[in-house]
Design a binder for this molecule. Structure first.
Ligand code: ASP
Length: 342
Protein backbone atom coordinates (compact mmCIF):
# COMPACT_ATOMS: atom_id res chain seq x y z
CA UNK A 1 0.00 0.00 0.00
CA UNK A 2 1.39 3.37 -1.00
CA UNK A 3 0.39 6.44 0.96
CA UNK A 4 1.78 9.68 -0.50
CA UNK A 5 3.88 11.59 2.02
CA UNK A 6 4.25 8.61 4.36
CA UNK A 7 7.32 6.37 4.22
CA UNK A 8 7.15 2.58 4.16
CA UNK A 9 8.89 2.53 7.54
CA UNK A 10 6.20 4.74 9.10
CA UNK A 11 3.53 2.48 7.64
CA UNK A 12 5.17 -0.60 9.12
CA UNK A 13 5.80 1.06 12.48
CA UNK A 14 2.11 1.84 12.72
CA UNK A 15 1.23 -1.75 11.88
CA UNK A 16 -0.89 -0.79 8.91
CA UNK A 17 -1.37 -3.73 6.57
CA UNK A 18 -2.21 -3.93 2.91
CA UNK A 19 -5.93 -4.27 2.34
CA UNK A 20 -6.86 -1.89 5.14
CA UNK A 21 -10.11 -0.13 4.25
CA UNK A 22 -11.02 3.25 2.72
CA UNK A 23 -8.81 5.68 4.63
CA UNK A 24 -5.38 4.21 5.33
CA UNK A 25 -3.82 7.62 5.58
CA UNK A 26 -6.41 8.95 7.98
CA UNK A 27 -6.01 5.85 10.13
CA UNK A 28 -2.28 6.09 10.07
CA UNK A 29 -2.29 9.70 11.12
CA UNK A 30 -5.38 9.25 13.32
CA UNK A 31 -7.01 12.14 11.47
CA UNK A 32 -10.53 10.78 11.31
CA UNK A 33 -10.91 10.12 15.05
CA UNK A 34 -12.40 12.97 17.10
CA UNK A 35 -9.58 14.52 19.09
CA UNK A 36 -11.74 16.20 21.74
CA UNK A 37 -10.97 19.81 22.58
CA UNK A 38 -10.34 22.27 19.72
CA UNK A 39 -6.70 23.07 19.16
CA UNK A 40 -4.80 25.45 16.95
CA UNK A 41 -4.67 24.14 13.41
CA UNK A 42 -4.02 25.48 9.93
CA UNK A 43 -4.39 23.50 6.71
CA UNK A 44 -3.45 24.68 3.24
CA UNK A 45 -2.89 23.38 -0.27
CA UNK A 46 0.52 22.00 -1.27
CA UNK A 47 1.88 25.51 -1.92
CA UNK A 48 0.88 26.66 1.58
CA UNK A 49 3.69 25.71 3.98
CA UNK A 50 4.51 29.38 4.56
CA UNK A 51 0.82 30.21 4.85
CA UNK A 52 0.10 27.69 7.62
CA UNK A 53 3.25 28.72 9.48
CA UNK A 54 2.24 32.39 9.44
CA UNK A 55 -1.39 31.62 10.29
CA UNK A 56 -0.45 29.57 13.37
CA UNK A 57 2.07 32.15 14.52
CA UNK A 58 -0.66 34.80 14.43
CA UNK A 59 -3.31 32.65 16.11
CA UNK A 60 -0.85 31.91 18.93
CA UNK A 61 -0.64 35.68 19.45
CA UNK A 62 -4.43 35.73 19.74
CA UNK A 63 -5.17 36.94 16.21
CA UNK A 64 -8.58 36.20 14.70
CA UNK A 65 -8.75 33.05 12.56
CA UNK A 66 -9.64 34.89 9.35
CA UNK A 67 -6.94 37.51 9.73
CA UNK A 68 -4.50 34.64 10.34
CA UNK A 69 -5.58 32.79 7.18
CA UNK A 70 -5.51 35.92 4.99
CA UNK A 71 -2.09 36.95 6.31
CA UNK A 72 -0.86 33.43 5.53
CA UNK A 73 -2.00 33.37 1.91
CA UNK A 74 -0.82 36.97 1.36
CA UNK A 75 2.75 35.68 1.47
CA UNK A 76 2.05 33.47 -1.53
CA UNK A 77 -0.05 36.13 -3.30
CA UNK A 78 2.96 38.46 -3.15
CA UNK A 79 5.44 35.84 -4.36
CA UNK A 80 6.11 36.23 -8.12
CA UNK A 81 7.39 32.65 -8.27
CA UNK A 82 3.95 31.15 -7.61
CA UNK A 83 2.37 31.58 -11.02
CA UNK A 84 -1.08 30.43 -9.92
CA UNK A 85 -1.81 33.03 -7.25
CA UNK A 86 -1.67 36.84 -6.96
CA UNK A 87 1.35 38.75 -8.30
CA UNK A 88 3.07 36.75 -11.04
CA UNK A 89 -0.06 34.69 -11.65
CA UNK A 90 -0.68 33.66 -15.27
CA UNK A 91 -2.97 36.05 -17.16
CA UNK A 92 -6.16 35.54 -19.15
CA UNK A 93 -6.12 35.11 -22.94
CA UNK A 94 -5.67 38.88 -23.38
CA UNK A 95 -2.58 38.94 -21.15
CA UNK A 96 -4.41 40.53 -18.20
CA UNK A 97 -4.06 39.02 -14.71
CA UNK A 98 -7.52 38.63 -13.16
CA UNK A 99 -7.73 37.31 -9.60
CA UNK A 100 -10.54 35.47 -7.81
CA UNK A 101 -10.75 35.07 -4.02
CA UNK A 102 -13.15 34.53 -1.17
CA UNK A 103 -13.03 34.54 2.61
CA UNK A 104 -15.42 33.07 5.15
CA UNK A 105 -15.41 33.97 8.83
CA UNK A 106 -16.81 31.23 11.05
CA UNK A 107 -17.68 33.18 14.23
CA UNK A 108 -19.83 35.72 12.37
CA UNK A 109 -21.03 33.35 9.63
CA UNK A 110 -20.08 36.06 7.16
CA UNK A 111 -18.21 36.05 3.87
CA UNK A 112 -16.69 38.26 1.19
CA UNK A 113 -15.47 37.64 -2.34
CA UNK A 114 -14.00 39.22 -5.46
CA UNK A 115 -13.93 37.97 -9.04
CA UNK A 116 -11.85 39.11 -12.03
CA UNK A 117 -10.03 41.63 -9.82
CA UNK A 118 -7.21 43.52 -11.59
CA UNK A 119 -4.12 45.53 -10.56
CA UNK A 120 -4.09 44.36 -6.94
CA UNK A 121 -1.85 41.72 -5.37
CA UNK A 122 -3.90 40.72 -2.32
CA UNK A 123 -7.24 39.44 -3.58
CA UNK A 124 -7.99 37.60 -0.33
CA UNK A 125 -7.59 40.80 1.66
CA UNK A 126 -9.82 42.69 -0.76
CA UNK A 127 -12.43 39.93 -0.27
CA UNK A 128 -12.09 40.38 3.51
CA UNK A 129 -12.61 44.13 3.05
CA UNK A 130 -15.79 43.45 1.02
CA UNK A 131 -17.02 41.39 3.98
CA UNK A 132 -16.08 43.99 6.58
CA UNK A 133 -16.93 47.24 4.81
CA UNK A 134 -20.02 46.49 2.72
CA UNK A 135 -23.38 44.84 3.07
CA UNK A 136 -22.51 42.73 0.02
CA UNK A 137 -20.65 39.47 -0.40
CA UNK A 138 -19.35 39.39 -3.97
CA UNK A 139 -17.89 42.18 -6.13
CA UNK A 140 -16.60 41.44 -9.63
CA UNK A 141 -14.65 43.05 -12.46
CA UNK A 142 -14.25 46.82 -12.68
CA UNK A 143 -16.31 47.39 -9.55
CA UNK A 144 -14.08 45.10 -7.50
CA UNK A 145 -10.95 46.80 -8.85
CA UNK A 146 -12.38 50.28 -8.08
CA UNK A 147 -13.40 49.10 -4.60
CA UNK A 148 -9.84 47.95 -3.89
CA UNK A 149 -8.51 51.31 -5.09
CA UNK A 150 -11.00 53.16 -2.89
CA UNK A 151 -9.74 51.22 0.13
CA UNK A 152 -6.13 52.09 -0.56
CA UNK A 153 -4.88 48.82 -2.01
CA UNK A 154 -1.75 49.56 -4.01
CA UNK A 155 -2.30 49.55 -7.78
CA UNK A 156 0.20 47.17 -9.32
CA UNK A 157 1.09 45.97 -12.82
CA UNK A 158 0.43 42.32 -12.10
CA UNK A 159 2.01 40.80 -15.20
CA UNK A 160 5.57 39.76 -14.38
CA UNK A 161 8.08 39.19 -17.17
CA UNK A 162 7.96 35.43 -16.62
CA UNK A 163 4.15 35.34 -16.80
CA UNK A 164 4.21 37.56 -19.92
CA UNK A 165 6.59 35.14 -21.64
CA UNK A 166 4.40 32.17 -20.73
CA UNK A 167 1.35 33.97 -22.15
CA UNK A 168 3.12 34.90 -25.41
CA UNK A 169 4.28 31.32 -25.92
CA UNK A 170 0.78 29.98 -25.27
CA UNK A 171 -0.65 32.47 -27.77
CA UNK A 172 1.95 31.70 -30.42
CA UNK A 173 1.16 28.03 -30.30
CA UNK A 174 -2.62 28.33 -30.33
CA UNK A 175 -3.17 27.90 -34.04
CA UNK A 176 -1.32 26.55 -37.07
CA UNK A 177 -3.18 28.93 -39.36
CA UNK A 178 -2.31 32.32 -37.86
CA UNK A 179 0.77 34.43 -38.44
CA UNK A 180 2.55 33.68 -35.18
CA UNK A 181 5.51 31.32 -35.46
CA UNK A 182 5.26 28.42 -33.04
CA UNK A 183 7.92 28.58 -30.31
CA UNK A 184 10.40 25.80 -29.71
CA UNK A 185 9.84 23.62 -26.61
CA UNK A 186 9.46 25.75 -23.52
CA UNK A 187 9.17 25.21 -19.79
CA UNK A 188 5.81 27.01 -19.91
CA UNK A 189 3.97 25.00 -22.50
CA UNK A 190 3.16 21.60 -21.14
CA UNK A 191 1.03 20.87 -19.24
CA UNK A 192 -1.11 24.01 -19.08
CA UNK A 193 -0.34 25.26 -15.56
CA UNK A 194 -2.98 25.28 -12.82
CA UNK A 195 -2.99 26.20 -9.15
CA UNK A 196 -4.56 28.16 -6.32
CA UNK A 197 -4.04 28.47 -2.58
CA UNK A 198 -6.55 27.71 0.13
CA UNK A 199 -6.02 28.12 3.88
CA UNK A 200 -8.30 26.92 6.69
CA UNK A 201 -7.75 27.91 10.32
CA UNK A 202 -8.99 26.78 13.72
CA UNK A 203 -8.18 28.27 17.13
CA UNK A 204 -8.43 26.93 20.67
CA UNK A 205 -11.87 28.50 21.11
CA UNK A 206 -13.13 26.30 18.25
CA UNK A 207 -13.57 29.21 15.83
CA UNK A 208 -12.74 28.60 12.20
CA UNK A 209 -12.19 30.59 9.03
CA UNK A 210 -11.08 29.97 5.48
CA UNK A 211 -9.88 31.67 2.34
CA UNK A 212 -9.14 30.63 -1.23
CA UNK A 213 -7.30 32.88 -3.67
CA UNK A 214 -6.07 32.37 -7.23
CA UNK A 215 -5.21 33.88 -10.58
CA UNK A 216 -7.52 31.17 -11.88
CA UNK A 217 -7.26 29.02 -14.93
CA UNK A 218 -4.27 30.14 -17.00
CA UNK A 219 -5.22 31.93 -20.25
CA UNK A 220 -8.93 31.80 -19.43
CA UNK A 221 -11.52 33.73 -21.41
CA UNK A 222 -11.57 37.28 -19.99
CA UNK A 223 -13.97 37.68 -17.05
CA UNK A 224 -14.27 33.91 -16.57
CA UNK A 225 -14.83 33.42 -12.84
CA UNK A 226 -13.91 30.03 -11.40
CA UNK A 227 -14.86 28.21 -8.24
CA UNK A 228 -12.35 29.92 -5.95
CA UNK A 229 -14.40 33.04 -5.09
CA UNK A 230 -17.73 31.22 -4.88
CA UNK A 231 -18.88 30.58 -1.33
CA UNK A 232 -19.60 26.87 -1.03
CA UNK A 233 -17.27 26.00 -3.92
CA UNK A 234 -13.75 27.39 -3.38
CA UNK A 235 -14.33 27.56 0.35
CA UNK A 236 -17.00 26.98 2.98
CA UNK A 237 -16.96 27.35 6.75
CA UNK A 238 -19.64 26.32 9.24
CA UNK A 239 -18.39 27.28 12.68
CA UNK A 240 -20.42 24.50 14.30
CA UNK A 241 -19.00 21.75 12.09
CA UNK A 242 -15.87 22.41 10.03
CA UNK A 243 -14.39 24.03 6.98
CA UNK A 244 -13.36 23.02 3.48
CA UNK A 245 -11.31 24.57 0.68
CA UNK A 246 -10.61 23.43 -2.84
CA UNK A 247 -8.11 23.74 -5.68
CA UNK A 248 -8.19 22.33 -9.20
CA UNK A 249 -10.69 22.42 -12.07
CA UNK A 250 -13.17 25.06 -10.99
CA UNK A 251 -15.93 24.16 -13.41
CA UNK A 252 -16.23 20.66 -11.93
CA UNK A 253 -16.30 22.03 -8.41
CA UNK A 254 -18.96 24.64 -9.19
CA UNK A 255 -21.27 21.94 -10.51
CA UNK A 256 -21.29 20.08 -7.19
CA UNK A 257 -20.80 23.00 -4.73
CA UNK A 258 -17.92 20.92 -3.45
CA UNK A 259 -16.78 22.66 -0.27
CA UNK A 260 -20.28 23.08 1.09
CA UNK A 261 -21.03 19.45 0.27
CA UNK A 262 -17.91 18.30 2.15
CA UNK A 263 -18.97 20.31 5.22
CA UNK A 264 -22.48 18.86 5.01
CA UNK A 265 -20.95 15.37 4.84
CA UNK A 266 -19.02 16.12 8.04
CA UNK A 267 -22.17 17.47 9.68
CA UNK A 268 -23.74 14.07 9.04
CA UNK A 269 -20.89 12.24 10.68
CA UNK A 270 -18.18 11.63 8.10
CA UNK A 271 -14.55 12.31 9.00
CA UNK A 272 -12.77 14.98 6.93
CA UNK A 273 -10.96 12.63 4.57
CA UNK A 274 -14.05 10.48 4.01
CA UNK A 275 -16.16 13.61 3.42
CA UNK A 276 -13.71 14.88 0.78
CA UNK A 277 -13.39 11.50 -0.90
CA UNK A 278 -17.16 11.13 -1.13
CA UNK A 279 -17.40 14.41 -3.06
CA UNK A 280 -14.48 13.46 -5.30
CA UNK A 281 -16.20 10.17 -6.17
CA UNK A 282 -19.47 11.95 -6.90
CA UNK A 283 -17.63 14.30 -9.26
CA UNK A 284 -16.13 11.29 -11.04
CA UNK A 285 -19.60 9.78 -11.42
CA UNK A 286 -21.10 13.06 -12.64
CA UNK A 287 -18.41 13.66 -15.25
CA UNK A 288 -19.87 12.13 -18.39
CA UNK A 289 -18.71 14.39 -21.19
CA UNK A 290 -16.16 12.52 -23.32
CA UNK A 291 -13.80 15.50 -23.67
CA UNK A 292 -13.31 15.46 -19.88
CA UNK A 293 -12.59 11.75 -19.53
CA UNK A 294 -9.52 9.55 -19.81
CA UNK A 295 -11.92 6.62 -19.72
CA UNK A 296 -15.50 6.18 -18.46
CA UNK A 297 -15.67 7.21 -14.80
CA UNK A 298 -12.12 8.59 -14.85
CA UNK A 299 -11.89 12.37 -15.34
CA UNK A 300 -8.83 13.76 -17.11
CA UNK A 301 -8.55 16.71 -14.71
CA UNK A 302 -7.41 17.19 -11.15
CA UNK A 303 -9.44 18.56 -8.24
CA UNK A 304 -8.53 18.58 -4.54
CA UNK A 305 -10.52 19.16 -1.35
CA UNK A 306 -9.01 19.97 2.05
CA UNK A 307 -11.09 19.84 5.25
CA UNK A 308 -10.85 20.49 8.98
CA UNK A 309 -13.30 19.86 11.80
CA UNK A 310 -14.15 21.91 14.86
CA UNK A 311 -12.31 19.43 17.08
CA UNK A 312 -9.10 19.67 15.08
CA UNK A 313 -9.17 16.74 12.67
CA UNK A 314 -8.09 17.23 9.07
CA UNK A 315 -8.00 15.34 5.81
CA UNK A 316 -8.11 15.72 2.07
CA UNK A 317 -8.89 13.93 -1.16
CA UNK A 318 -8.22 14.42 -4.85
CA UNK A 319 -9.25 12.81 -8.12
CA UNK A 320 -5.75 11.74 -9.16
CA UNK A 321 -3.21 10.43 -6.66
CA UNK A 322 -0.02 12.10 -5.47
CA UNK A 323 -1.42 15.35 -4.03
CA UNK A 324 -0.24 16.58 -0.66
CA UNK A 325 -1.34 19.38 1.61
CA UNK A 326 0.29 21.55 4.27
CA UNK A 327 -0.68 21.22 7.94
CA UNK A 328 0.44 23.07 11.04
CA UNK A 329 -0.90 21.62 14.27
CA UNK A 330 0.55 24.27 16.57
CA UNK A 331 3.81 22.39 16.93
CA UNK A 332 5.21 22.08 13.43
CA UNK A 333 4.37 22.47 9.76
CA UNK A 334 4.48 19.37 7.59
CA UNK A 335 3.21 17.98 4.32
CA UNK A 336 0.60 15.23 4.42
CA UNK A 337 -0.61 12.95 1.61
CA UNK A 338 -4.28 12.84 0.68
CA UNK A 339 -6.63 10.08 -0.39
CA UNK A 340 -7.54 9.84 -4.04
CA UNK A 341 -10.12 8.27 -6.32
CA UNK A 342 -7.36 6.94 -8.64
N1 ASP B 1 -9.70 26.40 -9.10
C1 ASP B 1 -9.02 27.32 -9.97
C2 ASP B 1 -9.97 27.81 -11.00
O1 ASP B 1 -10.69 27.01 -11.56
C3 ASP B 1 -7.81 26.81 -10.65
C4 ASP B 1 -6.91 25.85 -9.94
O2 ASP B 1 -6.99 25.68 -8.74
O3 ASP B 1 -6.07 25.23 -10.62
O4 ASP B 1 -9.94 28.98 -11.30
Amino acid sequence: MKVPGVSRREVLQQGIVAGASVSPLAKLLKLDKPQGKPRILAVSSGNGMRAVTKAVELMKEGEDTLEAAVSGVSIVEEDPNDMSVGYGGLPNEDGVVQLDACVMHGPTYNAGAVGALENTKNAARVAKTVMERTDHIFLVGKGATEFAKMHGFEEVDMLTERARQAWVRWKERLSQTDDYIDPAASEFLDPRPTGTITCLTLNEAGDMSGTTTTSGLAFKIPSRVGDSPLIGCGCYVDNAVGACGSTGRGEANILINGSRTVVENMRHGMGPEEACLDVVKRICAQTVEKRLLDEPGKPNFQLQFYAITKDGRHGGASIKGGSRYAVHDGKEARMVGMASAF
